[in-house]
Ligand binder design. Structure first.
Ligand code: PA5
Length: 444
């Protein structure tokens, strides 16, 4: 992969970027020497190369067993406990997987509290052989806990206690939390989320690796890509020739000049969930203390027919980061037609990807003219190895950016506010004072 910064040179002089050289070297030191805020959550830094061969083989074996007996595999989790797996699985699966015969189909639960969603899932599971992973580092998150309680009863009713237990994997803390206690009592297979890896940085732990392996994806290639990026950063913790550092520095410089919204752009719909993962990684890591770039995402050319107008002409507080894919995995050309009634013969014989690339270039130039700086992250193709590289690329740049923004990139105190209100409104024990205050506020 490489980083193309040519479409923001008219906004940011080269000097603005180069002046961050000392800062970036110091920030790497903060990370590698564990001297910054949240330094007990830096387990992801060495994670790719530290992954134990026994753990990888064990995950592969469990995945093989589950694949053999499942038409459907349900991943129960929310936030960092499901987005990484979904990002990789959707990026590497057939777009029409639900209609294809390939088994198992990976579906998700516990990332919402929609009664309709869970009811419809149960209707599907009534008729299918399935297994599931319940993933929660804390083991106490409400959304996955509700989904698991319902699906646990369903799977036991369907298969009986013993067989059900062999179809459930719990991925959680090594000792703490309700899920760990439950898994111990019921004898489920468990995997540990390391203490020093936060949810949104956990895709290369069993949190992401098990569901990805169940989907039939080569997790060794994913890890290989991440290891390469980890080694590159360690070998060159500077600004010069390190795209991770360049990306971190450039987005901070753009933020400092008022570009407070970053839009992740893809031209491949299979990357939609990769953008969702990226949004969580950066949004939850940086949005605090009244600061942080707001991460958004679009899929082009689809959204050029909706959000394109705003990006071209709206409030000038945005910049775009384009994931540019050089090679498609398939080949399809536009046919010639003798009559040419639709007047498309001028592109007859071209591959669809060629047209897509011209749309990408045309859009970047138009947006640049419209006052929107563009960063291009160019990848050769969408493969497990490249996704592994990208995962580590964004994790490290997120940590660097966060420290440059002077926030703790590894906590998420703001997430608790809605939970406290929800618990109080539901009358949970221990929240009586809050319940009273909210009732008063709501005139109840
Ligand atoms: O990144 C994070 O820490 C969060 O998004 C968590 O992953 C999310 O809240 C789920 O938490 P848990 O895994 O404890 O259920």
């Amino acid at each position: 992969m490489n980083l193309d910064l040519s479409h923001l040179e008219s906004f940011l002089g080269k000097d603005a970027i180069l002046s961050a050289e000392t800062k970036i070297a110091a920030t790497y030191n903060t990370i590698y020497n564990k001297t910054g805020k949240g330094n007990d959550f830096l387990g992801w830094v060495n994670l790719p190369s530290d992954l134990d061969e026994m753990l990888i083989s064990d995950i592969e074996q469990t995945a093989k067993d589950l694949r053999a007996k499942s038409d459907v595999f349900v991943v129960i989790g929310i936030g960092g406990s499901y987005l990484g797996a979904r990002a990789v699985i959707e990026a590497l699966s057939n777009h029409f997987a639900p209609l294809a015969d390939k088994k198992p189909l990976i579906v998700y639960a516990g990332h919402n509290m929609s009664e309709d969603y869970l009811s419809e899932l149960i209707e599907v599971l009534d008729k299918k052989d399935y297994s599931l992973a319940v993933i929660s580092k804390s083991g106490t998150t409400t959304e996955p806990a509700i989904a698991f309680r319902i699906l646990k009863q369903h799977i036991i009713n369907k298969y009986g206690e013993k067989e059900a237990a062999s179809r459930i994997v719990a991925i959680t803390d090594k000792a703490k939390g309700a899920l760990k206690q439950l898994a111990n009592v019921k004898g489920y297979k468990t995997y540990v989320v390391p203490d020093d890896v936060g949810g949104r940085f956990s895709v290369l732990t069993p949190v992401g690796l098990l569901p990805i392996a169940v989907a039939g994806i080569d997790i060794r290639q994913l890890i290989k890509g991440a290891v390469e990026m980890e080694k590159m950063c360690k070998a060159n913790p500077t600004l010069n020739g390190n795209p991770v550092s360049e990306y971190a520095v450039v987005r901070q410089a753009l933020y400092d000049m008022g570009k407070t919204n970053e839009i992740m752009v893809n031209y491949e719909p299979r990357l939609v969930y990769f953008s969702e993962w990226w949004k969580q990684l950066f949004g939850e890591s940086h949005g605090k203390d009244g600061k942080g770039i707001f991460p958004a995402s679009v899929t082009f050319s689809t959204d050029l027919h909706s959000m394109g107008q705003y990006i071209q002409d709206g409030l000038r507080n945005i910049f775009e980061t384009v994931i540019s894919v050089e090679n498609s995995n398939r080949e399809l050309r536009i046919p010639n037609e003798a009559e040419d009634l639709d007047q498309l013969n001028y592109i007859a014989g071209k591959r669809i990807s060629e047209v897509n690339h011209k749309a990408e270039l045309g859009t970047i130039l138009a947006h640049e003219d419209g006052g929107v700086p563009n960063i291009r992250i160019v990848i050769p193709e969408i493969s497990a190895k490249v996704l592994g590289e990208l995962i580590y690329f964004f994790e490290m740049s997120c940590a660097l950016s966060g420290y440059m923004l002077e926030v703790n990139p590894f906590d998420q105190p703001g997430v608790e506010a809605y939970k406290k209100n929800m618990f109080a409104l539901l009358g949970k024990k221990g929240f009586e004072e809050k319940t009273e205050a909210l009732n008063k506020r709501l005139g109840l």
